[in-house]
Design a protein around this ligand. Structure first.
Ligand code: BG6
Ligand code: MG
Length: 220
């Protein structure tokens, strides 16, 4: 893909726009302790980008507890995790936008690029509001409408549709390996943030490096 092909950007939220991935991790850690599953850095990493119920299943599986809970009990565990998470994000303000992202969003807006949000989180609209970023985006994919979560490409295909763009004219930004797989499968340009994302077509160590110019440089 050439830079001139890009007309829009589909953003993951947790770990790309806001430093909220750590709060998901903290809340899930409590769930893992509650059900007696081991909490490891690898599990924490694998949960990134994964939906609430799928994350719970992975945590139960990590301790061999996947057959010990009824659906109602699992829903309770997931609801309790979300309550903890909501407590942790209560105090989010525009100061919690990750370094460089506010500047990048303004740069994209000034240059006329479209933007949409491709987050697995049902809390995305609340978080965008707290960060005062809602108006930058044409829209946010509603994860309730998805038949499959990341790594399935559906969410990034819908994020392109919201912008009325073909995936081949879209770049997706992600901090999770499941998300990068989804972007690539959607046929979009994948921009990976952080380490351990070998499948990303463009890579940045952290959000502070994400600028139009730095993307252009890596595409040359
Ligand atoms: C993703 C996060 O963005 O959203 C995951 O990376 C999280 O960690 C998922 O589990 C679902 O979020 P929520 O807020 O709907 O529980
Ligand atoms: Mg993320």
């Amino acid at each position: 893909m050439q830079f001139n092909d890009i007309k829009g950007f589909a953003f993951d939220l947790d770990g790309v726009i806001a430093d909220t991935a750590k709060f998901h991790g903290q809340a899930w850690h409590q769930t893992a302790d509650k059900v007696g599953s081991p909490w490891t850095a690898q599990l924490a990493d694998n949960l990134k980008g994964v939906s609430r119920m799928d994350s719970l299943e992975m945590i139960l599986k990590a301790g061999g507890h996947e057959h010990e809970y009824s659906l109602a009990q699992k829903e309770q565990l997931a609801a309790a995790k979300n309550e903890n998470y909501l407590q942790l994000i209560k105090t989010l303000t525009p100061h919690d936008i990750l370094p460089g992202i506010a500047v990048f969003l303004n740069e994209l807006k000034t240059d006329g690029y479209l933007m949409s949000v491709a987050s697995a989180s049902k809390n995305a609209p609340t978080i965008l509001k707290q960060l005062q970023l809602t108006d930058y985006f044409v829209g946010t994919v509603d994860p309730e409408t998805l038949t499959a979560g990341k790594p399935d490409p559906e969410i990034f295909i819908k994020a392109a549709e919201i912008m009325h763009l073909s995936p081949k004219n879209v770049a997706g930004l992600e901090d999770s390996s499941a998300g990068i797989t989804a972007i690539n499968a959607a046929g979009e340009l994948s921009i990976g943030i952080g380490t351990g994302l070998p499948a990303a077509q463009i890579k940045f160590d952290d959000t502070s490096m994400v600028t139009i110019n730095n993307i252009k440089k890596q595409l040359k």
